[in-house]
Write a protein that binds this ligand. Sequence first.
Ligand SMILES: [Zn+2]
Length: 185
Amino acid sequence: MIIGHLAVVGIAKLTFFERENLAVLAVASFGPDILDKPANILLGMPGRGMSHSLVVFAIVCILACIYWLRMTKNPRLLCAAIILWVSHLAGDFLQWRVLLWPFWGSLEPGPKFHFAEKLTSYYVEFRYPYQLWFEIICITVLLCIVFSKFFTGNALSYGSSQSLKSLLLKLAGKFSRESAQEKTF
Ligand SMILES: [Zn+2]
């Protein structure tokens, strides 16, 4: 899932975390890859290595909580970052061996990450169907939100009265008015 992680950032930014920093959201969403991919390219470590495990996730959470408590930063941003990190782990459909490292045994070094090859294996050879479907769902949800925002001037934001429902009601109302006009003529 490559574009899917980006779509999740878009969904978060347009819904529950509109006021939160976009760069932090993006870094959290790609966090495990930001740590693991350079280690894979430079040191030959697994592309989905220890940074994709729950142990590293727990360490990152603890460090982030300490930093946030000291700096008395907005807790919503911390919450958003944690959710997006979890969404990355979920979207990657990780093996238990990776998720539960080091309790499930050691990780074997994987092939060197190559962006073009990865794109081909995802979108041309369909080697990861579950991830691809999950990605399609994320992109579809994002497009629905953007579509809703475009027509209603308001995304499906937290506490917002405008929503996809209102958009559908508007479209339904427009359709019924047009049908009534056709019948009149
Ligand atoms: Zn990943």
